[in-house]
Design a protein around this ligand. Structure first.
Ligand SMILES: CC(C)(COP(=O)(O)OP(=O)(O)OC[C@H]1O[C@@H](n2cnc3c(N)ncnc32)[C@H](O)[C@@H]1OP(=O)(O)O)[C@@H](O)C(=O)NCCC(=O)NCCS
Length: 257
């Protein structure tokens, strides 16, 4: 075990980190946030604000750890939306210091999942098994083939799992492409009945000709998926946080794993 911060991901690898925000915002976390992040935090109800602040502080601490920087000195911004060019809702980027690192963040309840890469567009999504009216929502977001796979599941558990798998895969792809949920979800097939990584292509998914998406084991009941551009070799996925010693954890952030 080492307390040294892990080296940044190499070209061809993706690092995953997950953690849990505290119920109330931690002053040490607020201290590393930028003015715009603090403004967003203050506009939220306290529980949502704590989740936002905890996850954003963790992103800053992890990226800063890789770059040997101060978390509060990083400039996190948004890329122009690849769909419409707007700077308001594009994917997040590390604007400064200059670095090849790309990242994608997802929150589900108090939990968050972060993916970091050095060479590719990536997207992650994390979803808990919250109550969703599956019969109502599934026809709104699934392709005909996905719906058939959904309806042939034998029980509620199987249907819920297949739905969440489809949902996390779609959202991961849409985040990797940078366009978000405005894409036509009922046309983007992510083959949720298939256990291995699948290739996804659709005209709305600008930025790469196709995308690969695979499920990520989270160690809990949550489901997660990671997507990246299919024109690059498969990513080697690892969880470098598990190699940090207790001291390393404390230096990084409470609750990061
Ligand atoms: C991207 C999106 C699916 C994320 O949904 P969500 O419910 O907030 O889900 P998650 O918790 O998984 O992800 C949140 C993170 O997604 C990232 N994100 C936001 N917009 C993104 C985008 N366009 N592409 C990739 N990632 C994005 C951010 O890092 C965000 O974290 P932040 O709130 O700390 O900034 C959702 O915000 C969305 O669809 N936005 C619409 C974008 C839009 O209007 N597009 C128009 C195209 S013309």
């Amino acid at each position: 075990m080492t307390s040294r911060f892990p080296r940044p991901p190499d070209s061809g690898s993706v690092h995953l980190w997950r953690g849990r925000a505290t119920a109330a915002a931690d002053p040490a976390e607020l201290a590393v946030l930028a003015t715009a992040e603090l403004a967003r935090f203050r506009a939220m109800v306290p529980a949502a604000g704590a989740r936002y602040a905890g996850s954003r502080a963790a992103v800053r601490r992890i990226l800063a750890g890789y770059l040997d920087e101060e978390p509060g000195r990083l400039v996190l911004d948004r890329k122009a939306c690849p769909g419409c060019g707007s700077a308001d809702h594009g994917p997040p980027i590390l604007a400064s210091p200059h670095s090849p690192l790309t990242f994608s963040l997802s929150r589900s309840g108090n939990d968050w999942l972060l993916a970091v890469s050095a060479d590719r567009l990536i997207g992650v999504d994390l979803e808990g098994a919250d109550a969703v009216d599956l019969e109502l929502v599934s026809p709104m977001v699934m392709t005909p083939a996905e719906l058939t796979a959904f309806r042939t599941q034998l029980d509620e558990h199987g249907r819920r799992r297949l739905f969440l798998r489809a949902w996390t895969r779609k959202e991961a792809v849409l985040k990797a492409a940078g366009i978000g949920l405005v894409a036509p979800l009922r046309e983007i097939d992510v083959q949720p009945a298939v256990d291995r990584p699948v290739t996804v292509a659709h005209d709305s998914l600008v930025g790469a000709p196709a995308w690969v998406v695979q499920d990520v084991a989270t160690g809990s009941a949550d489901l997660a998926a990671l997507a990246w551009q299919a024109d690059l070799p498969p990513a080697e996925i690892s969880w470098p946080g598990t190699a940090l010693s207790a001291t390393g954890w404390q230096q990084l952030a409470a609750g990061v794993s």
